[in-house]
Design a protein around this ligand. Structure first.
Ligand SMILES: [Zn+2]
Length: 481
């Protein structure tokens, strides 16, 4: 959540709960059927431009010139060796903790810093980019455009955030695919094409199996963690149910790329790639705010809020969501920059039509009831306005059965400034590259890490040694500080 919107967001609409429950659901994302569509390249590029604007409303660009330069250089080289070498590709590194990469029509390719953290050499990065370029050259998103997708989770956030027409279009056409991939046949085709472009460019096409393996391990961990946290997993699009080691079809299409192998193999230095990742933001960045346990901290806003024990907190670009462990209740927090000289109760009356039972909680906050639609259907929603510094924090609560009023009021009252210790907590985590010393193990490195949970597993995943293996002395290792 960051400061971005005025008060235009005050809808009583909610993101569909599917957002939390279904994002990245790997099961059968879209129909495997191919629709042949007639769309000119020009139309495709226009569509891509339009979608790009919408994507940029949801994400920010990650500010790291060296890393960006590498992504662009690799992307452009691979694209030049692709089936659409004439197309003007655009590569963007997104400031997002999500482990994801996706492509829009017309050559727009996105990769998150979240996925880059798991790459251990230039080839891995090239593998992800090659796969996405494959989606573009095979015009998967264009084919998708003609198909009607069922999941529109991406759009669900976007529509509410901006209310613009373009966004809802994005949701109905590409939403599902952006989040959860294109279905097995398209994914396999993108892997095949990606491996081919790697080969032509001088990389070993087998790298593709390695990079899918890394993401597969990450997925296995995410599945385990989601189970333990009683939520749906968030999974990089395009991963299949089997590990590449056991996926014969995948191995075959990648082996077939050998015949394209450039006799002049590229020689890359894994260490120089790894050094580029030194200081890479890991998890949420400071300007997005960070979640620690059941609290959210935002340093620049000098703001913290506490949610009920055991709830899951989802920190999204324009809002903060908290969902009860049984998935039957949800809070949403947004920021309004247009604070005026009025009371919180007056604020609620001014911004919510038909708000009723308005009452003060304390000097800085008030609550009331409105009718509206929410992730569980429609009905009564509890709203609150909390004044803090020069902003208004607008909170909503909805529930499948009964509104959890006491917990909601506690959360509203928990809003306050950060103390010194919390300022430190509110700082983002970063990757650091160190040389392993004699006797270093992932368990010992995890003990010194600032990772709050699953530190050893996360370090193993980041270093491509999951579930076992230990660093050898002198090896460059990613740690999290
Ligand atoms: Zn894909």
């Amino acid at each position: 959540m960051k400061i971005r919107y005025g008060n235009s967001f005050l809808h009583t609409l909610w993101p569909v709960l599917a957002l939390l429950l279904l994002v990245g659901c790997a099961t059968n994302p879209v129909t495997g059927k191919q629709n042949f569509v007639l769309m000119s390249e020009e139309q495709e590029i226009d569509l891509g431009k339009q979608y790009h604007t919408e994507v940029m409303k949801q994400y920010e660009v990650y500010d790291d010139p060296e890393l960006t330069a590498l992504v662009e250089r690799l992307g452009e080289e691979l694209a030049a060796n692709s089936h659409r070498s004439d197309l003007d590709f655009h590569f963007t590194v997104l400031d997002s903790p999500e482990v994801n990469a996706f492509a829009l029509p017309g050559g727009y390719v996105y990769i998150t810093r979240g996925i880059i953290a798991y790459m251990n050499n230039e080839e891995h990065l090239a593998g992800v980019l090659g796969h996405e370029i494959g989606h573009v050259t095979a015009r998967h998103s264009v084919r998708q455009h003609a198909a009607s997708t069922t999941a529109n989770v991406f759009g669900a956030i976007a529509t509410i955030a901006t209310g613009s027409q373009g966004v809802s279009q994005l949701s109905s056409t590409l939403g599902g695919a952006l989040v959860s991939g294109y279905g097995r046949s398209h994914e396999l085709e993108a892997d095949r094409l990606g491996a081919e472009y790697l080969a032509v460019t001088g990389y070993d096409p087998q790298t593709m199996l390695g990079v899918i393996g890394i993401l597969k391990d990450q997925e296995a961990f995410e599945l385990k963690r989601a189970r333990e946290e009683n939520r749906q997993p968030r999974i990089y699009h395009g991963l299949f149910s089997t590990h590449p080691d056991h996926d014969r079809r995948l191995q075959e299409v990648i082996a077939a790329a050998e015949k394209f192998k450039n006799p002049q193999a590229k020689h890359t230095n894994p260490e120089s790639f790894l050094k580029l990742l030194d200081n890479l933001t890991f998890g949420h960045s400071e300007n997005q705010g960070v979640v620690r346990g059941n609290r959210f901290y935002h340093k620049d806003l000098d703001f913290t809020i506490e949610f009920p024990q055991g709830w899951r907190i989802e920190n999204q670009p324009d809002r903060l969501l908290a969902v009860s462990a049984d998935n039957n209740a949800m809070f949403m927090v947004q920021i309004d920059n247009q604070k005026q000289s009025e009371t919180p109760s007056a604020y609620l009356r001014r911004n919510f039509n038909n708000v009723r039972q308005v009452q003060s909680i304390d000097n800085d906050s008030s609550t009331g009831l409105v009718e509206g639609s929410h992730p569980f259907g429609s009905g009564t929603i509890r709203v609150a306005a909390a004044f803090h510094h020069d902003k208004v924090y607008v909170l909503h609560a909805a529930a499948r059965y009964r509104l959890p009023d006491p917990q909601f009021i506690d959360s509203v009252k928990s809003i306050r400034s950060l103390d010194t210790r919390e300022r430190e907590l509110a700082e983002a985590l970063h990757l650091r590259l160190i040389r392993a010393r004699d006797g270093d193990t992932f368990a010992s490195l995890a003990n010194q890490s600032n990772l709050a949970s699953y530190a050893e597993e996360q370090l193993r995943l980041l270093n491509g040694m999951y579930p076992d293996g230990e660093p050898s002395p002198g090896q460059l290792v990613k740690i999290v500080e």
